[in-house]
Every structure is written in structure tokens, then in C-alpha cells.
Design a protein around this ligand. Sequence first.
Ligand SMILES: Cc1cc2nc3c(=O)[nH]c(=O)nc-3n(C[C@H](O)[C@H](O)[C@H](O)COP(=O)(O)OP(=O)(O)OC[C@H]3O[C@@H](n4cnc5c(N)ncnc54)[C@H](O)[C@@H]3O)c2cc1C
Length: 514
Amino acid sequence: MKEFDISFPINHVPSKEEIEASAARALGVKRDKVADVQILRRSLDARGEILYRYRIGAAAQGDDPLDRYVLPEYKYVASAEPVIVVGGGPAGMFASLRLLMEGRKPIVLERGKNVHERKVDIANLSQRGIVNPESNYCFGEGGAGTFSDGKLFTRSNKRGDIREVLHQLVNFGADRTILTDAHPHIGSDRLPGIVENIRNCILEHGGEYHFSEKLIDLIRIEDGRSVQWKAVCEGGATYTAKSVILATGHSAWDIYELFARKGWPLEAKGFALGVRAEHPQSLVNRIQYHGKYQPWMPAAEYSLVEQVDGRGVFSFCMCPGGILVPSATSDGHVVLNGMSNSQRNSQWANAGIVCSVEPGDIPGYERYGVFSLLEFQSDVERRMFDFSSSLKAPAQRMQDFCRKRLSANLPKSSYHPGTVSAPLNELLPEFVYGRLRAAFPAFDRKMKGFYTNDALLLATESRTSSPVRIVRDSETMSAVGLPGLYPCGEGAGYSGGIVSSAVDGILVATAATL
Ligand SMILES: Cc1cc2nc3c(=O)[nH]c(=O)nc-3n(C[C@H](O)[C@H](O)[C@H](O)COP(=O)(O)OP(=O)(O)OC[C@H]3O[C@@H](n4cnc5c(N)ncnc54)[C@H](O)[C@@H]3O)c2cc1C
């Protein structure tokens, strides 16, 4: 087996013959002696001529065959031992699929609605400003990942098999290019169908799905030698099993409160907070493709990081050709996030520009103990709501922000609830403002033209990851002192993003079946 790189112009899809010919050259054999070739990775290179760079794996006759991932089979589990999975986001879905592979029955409890009904609540949220606290951009089937950009890369190097996640997504309807693209994404027009296919697979294999079933209590039942968990839901329904996987996401504050009431292990966890920056996509294309952008090319991305006062300020969850959406889960908060469809063809590019926040940064919040960062996050979101008295986002042009000048007018934005000109330089906490202010001009040195008054900053970008961690035993993966109860995914503080949450789901489900 040999790995090598070849490049082709971005508008040229290489044929099987071209790839085999390059494999023969790389292996130093004749074409008919090439036994196997595989595209391992495809990445865009816009440094000179705009190319796709392909990493190819090739084997000649007599070599060991190429490693090809084979998905384990899902078993029929209707009468198998159940595991309760609370939350139907990426962590809960991929935990459930792993349970099927292990021959265990997932019983999924999801506080929100199925993905179709959820669309109505999302439309009401964007267009009429009505927040349904059980069904919104974070809550409902598929979790926070359903109406998103569906970016599938992760900064995390944590253990776990990302291939299992990507291959299952392809199995349930995602394009095969996600298996090889360096920066794969699915898009919010395709994700709901994939989420529905996952649910159907779980049901067809004997698992259970319960929507509008909100967990409000967990009771440990000890009888002699065995320990069981009773999950109590808001309407009074109860479900009992030896193991519960708790994958409720970073916005399920009621779950943290439940843990606090019970005296179960929680700790404050650093997160990141800042603004969403929205540029015209045409500007980002011009910068990133060095003026050589053509309309058939993919919308350009960016990823920026700068150290300010020893702390990182970085772009987060960049959505090329995307739109901004209101992702608060309760009234009285302004929270933004970004999503895009598979074509990434809106006229805007947006990204969170955030800086890390640690407990030492927020004097005055110590009195909230493990909830200090969560209270801080919530206060900033509320401050933005109080300014606009609605879901309209307080907003300021980028250079005006750095010059502490109120914007006389605002550029058009993709954010449907609307924007209101605001002194974000005063509304944001001082240390956040100071770091962002230093970072924007510095980003311009890496991406000439980024620092412009044509860019709009909107607040708040705050649900970047959980500000609380449910502490897990590193060996058993159950909550410390609570065998059988498995905190999982982003809400537990062990992942961030779709892929790492799905990977955590797989790891936790595997641990729960040992
Ligand atoms: C608009 C938007 C765009 C995003 N874009 C991307 C992207 O492009 N790429 C990326 O990697 N990440 C993206 N993210 C982040 C990503 O969606 C999350 O990191 C990921 O979904 C976390 O997975 P999770 O399963 O741990 O939690 P979640 O997805 O938050 O799922 C938790 C689930 O638990 C349910 N739940 C909560 N409390 C209860 C309860 N008490 N009882 C029953 N059910 C409950 C919720 O309804 C929800 O369905 C985006 C997020 C948003 C909001």
C-alpha cells in the first residue's frame, strides 16, 4: 500500500482511469498490476492555481489490500435489555445506533418534536419571534445539529472512530464525498431526511422513540444486588432500565439544575463567547480565492485565530453561503448561530468570533459556584434582549465597533428577526470587547479585507459549548458515584460539534454495554 498526492484543476473530476494511471506511476508498476486504488482525502488548495489535492491510497498485486471500513450490522433488539437514551441529538442518535450494533434496545426520550413538526416551530421563531421552549433550533429531533451547516470536521483529536460516524451518515443519505472531503458538510436541506432515516432504522430494529417526552427526574432504585434507573417525564410517564445515557445538549439548563438539587457531580467549564460576524460572501470569495473566484466554485471558508493577552480569539462554526438564525431556547435571550443549505449559496458568510472565558475572567460570579459561567452566559444574552426588547440582534459595523462608534446605519443582514444599531462595544463584557477589538485588525493581516465596515457584528454568539460539565469517571464513563448513569455529548461537557458529539455517543454506548 502506498499513499501519494495528485492535483487536478478544481473543475476537473478525475476519471477512474486517470487515478489508476497515477497509482501505477506512484507504485512503479504497469497499469494492469494495480490491484486497488482509493481516494482517501480531497482538499481545496487556493494558494496558487486553484486545485483539488487528492490523497490516494494504492496497492499493487501482491501487496496487502487497502483498508476498507465496513459498518457493523444493526441487530434486532425488540426484546433485548433496554438502555434509556435521553436526547435525540447527534450524541443520542449515534449512541442509539451503537446500542443496536451491540444488541441492546435504545429507548429514546426526546423533549422536542419530530423533525417535520419542528420545522413549523422554527419558522415561527424566525418569522414571528415566538420561542417554543421545547422545540427550537436546539431542541427537537436531531438536536442542535439538524438545522445547521452540518459541518462535519472537528478540532478535537479525542479517541473514537470518526469513520463510524461518517459512514453511517452516508448509509442514511449523506453524499459519499463527506468520506473524503477535508472539510465535509451536509447542509440543512439534507439533514432532516438523514435524521428521519436514523429514527426509522432504530424503530425498524425494535428500538423506541418518544417525542415530547421531557425528562424531569432520575431516580435510582436499589434492590439487593441490582441497581436500576427510573426516568420520570413531565407528563408522568416513567421508563426503567439499568443504564441511562443522558445526551441533553448544552442548553438543557434544567438538567444541570436537577443534578445540583440532587448533589450530583458538576463543575464549571470554560467556554467561548463573542459575536457573529457577517460579511458579503462575494468579499470572502475574493479574498480567499485571490480574485480568481468563479460562480461554480464552492463558497470560500475561513478559519482565523489570534492570541490576545495570552488568550485565543478565534472564528467558530463558519458558515459560507449561510444565514444567521435565532437559537435561544427561552424567552428573554438573544442568541445567534449560523446555518446553510448544501449548496451554500446565500449572499452572506458568517462565523462566530469568540474568545475563551474561564472562571477567573468573571469576578462577581463566584457566588454562583458551578453555575458561574452559565450565569455569565445567560446575563450577556439577556443584556442583548433587553437592549432590543425582542429577538432583533444588537449589531454594529466592524470598524465602528473597534472605534467605539455607533453605526449610523446597518448593512442588510440574513438574520430574519432583524437587527438594531447598538454600542456592542459597551454591551459586551469589557474583557470580551477588548480581545475582539484587538483581534479584528489582526485578522486582516491574515485575510486582507476582512476588517471592513461592510462586515456586521451581531450579538450574542454564546452557545459555543457547555459552560458546565457533568463529571464522569474516566474509566467507566458513568457520572462519578452514579454507576449506570452516563452523561454524554456536548451537554455533559465532553464534546463540541456534531462529529465529536456523535463520537462521544458511540464511546458512551459502548461503555454502557460492557
Ligand atoms: C444553528 C446551529 C448550527 C450549528 N452548526 C454546526 C455545524 O455546522 N457543525 C457542527 O459540528 N456543529 C454545529 N452546531 C453545534 C452542534 O449542533 C452541536 O454541537 C451538537 O448538536 C451537540 O450534540 P448533542 O447530541 O450533544 O446535543 P444536542 O444536539 O444539543 O441534542 C440534545 C437533545 O436533547 C434533547 N433534550 C434536552 N433536554 C431534554 C430533556 N430534559 N428530556 C428529553 N430530551 C431533552 C434536546 O431536545 C436535543 O434534541 C450547530 C448548532 C446550532 C444551534
